[in-house]
Write a protein that binds this ligand. Structure first.
Ligand SMILES: Nc1ncnc2c1ncn2[C@@H]1O[C@H](COP(=O)(O)OP(=O)(O)OP(=O)(O)O)[C@@H](O)[C@H]1O
Length: 322
């Protein structure tokens, strides 16, 4: 039985179709990332699942039960939203114990569950602290612990690592993956950050303008994007226009440096990890990230390279539509 099944979900705001005929499921113990650019409808899906928004059509089943008509409090899901409102008048422990208390747990039992959840996010030492005295990263982890402590079979996370600096995000990404692996709950995670999705989720669902455009294993979707738009959105640097409405995706590992013909370097820019260059190639202008050693191979404004044709993917070019 799925932790979550969303079937033919639709939601419009006036004449803005925010979600269009979307179906998606999350198995128990599985983490699925709903990934897409700003405004594509990710949060609306999550809000419909949580019961905070009423869908125009479709069905939301949680743990096998049709919850479409039920209010949020009857759905028993753990929520972590961008604006993870913590109760300022309660301690960290009080915030995390609140969910179990509301579901009828005795105080000692609720606090034991809360301590367990705080230990999972590494904050047991801050149990007595007021939530107004936390850093952004700590507050975010309290919000996570609060969702975990509900013991819900389904966790919904909307950009749980936004508002944090890059270093902390990177650390928490790894923490989240471990945490989810231990929980056994289904997790639906909304993000516009493809690295976050790939790092945390086993499966990703890519959304564009209210619709799912590709669903699959995270590594597989990245290695084999269904269309040029998906490839570019996932951060592939070389998605070049091809003949007859197609595009060519040249993955980084298709390019071998230091061998073959020398092509002209047409632009060059220093980045934090090395050098980014544009190379004039018969397939089109290639953008390449070079290590300092590779950059030293640029000779007379030219760089020797080969492109393995077997690794070049031809995709439908859908970048202009929708
Ligand atoms: N309450 C609302 N009233 C009117 N329009 C809304 C409302 N909520 C969302 N929308 C519109 O619906 C579309 C989808 O919004 P949604 O917040 O679901 O996108 P998102 O992918 O989560 O974006 P972001 O990554 O920026 O949070 C957008 O065009 C948005 O402007």
């Amino acid at each position: 039985m799925n932790a979550l099944s969303v079937v033919h979900l639709a939601k419009a705001f006036g004449n803005v179709p925010a979600v269009v005929d979307l179906s998606l499921s999350v198995a128990p113990g599985e983490t699925v990332a709903l990934l897409g650019p700003s405004g594509c409808g990710k949060s609306t899906v999550l809000r419909c699942v949580a019961g905070l928004e009423r869908p125009d059509a479709g069905q939301v089943c949680i743990g096998g039960r049709d919850m479409t008509a039920l209010p949020p409090e009857a759905r028993h899901v753990g929520l972590v939203f961008q604006d993870y409102a913590l109760f300022p008048h309660l301690s960290v422990l009080g915030n995390v114990a609140y969910g179990p208390r509301m579901r009828g747990a005795r105080r000692t039992e609720a606090e034991a569950r809360a301590r367990e959840a705080l230990a999972l996010v590494g904050l047991e030492a801050l149990a007595a602290r007021r939530t107004t005295e936390l850093s952004g990263g700590q507050a975010q982890r309290v919000a996570l612990a609060r969702a975990v402590a509900t013991g819900s079979p389904l966790l919904l996370l909307d950009e749980p690592l936004s508002n944090l600096d890059e270093q902390l995000r990177a650390r928490l990404r790894a923490d989240l993956r471990d945490l989810f692996a231990r929980l056994g709950a289904g997790v639906l995670l909304v993000t516009h950050d493809q690295r976050e999705a790939l790092a945390v989720a086993a499966r990703v669902a890519v959304m564009r303008a209210g619709r799912l455009v590709q669903v699959g294993a995270a590594g597989e979707v990245f290695a084999r994007p269904a269309t040029a738009w998906v490839a570019a959105f996932l951060g592939h640097a070389n998605v070049l226009p091809g003949p007859g409405g197609t595009a060519r995706l040249i993955p980084e590992d298709a390019v071998r440096l230091g061998e073959g013909e020398a092509f002209p370097v047409t632009a060059r820019q220093t980045t934090d990890t090395g050098t980014e260059v544009m190379v004039g190639h018969p397939l089109g202008p290639l953008t390449l990230h070079l290590s300092p050693r590779e950059a030293a191979d640029i000779c007379g404004g030219r760089l020797r390279l080969t492109v393995d044709p077997a690794r070049v993917l031809t995709l439908p070019d859908d970048r202009e539509t929708a």
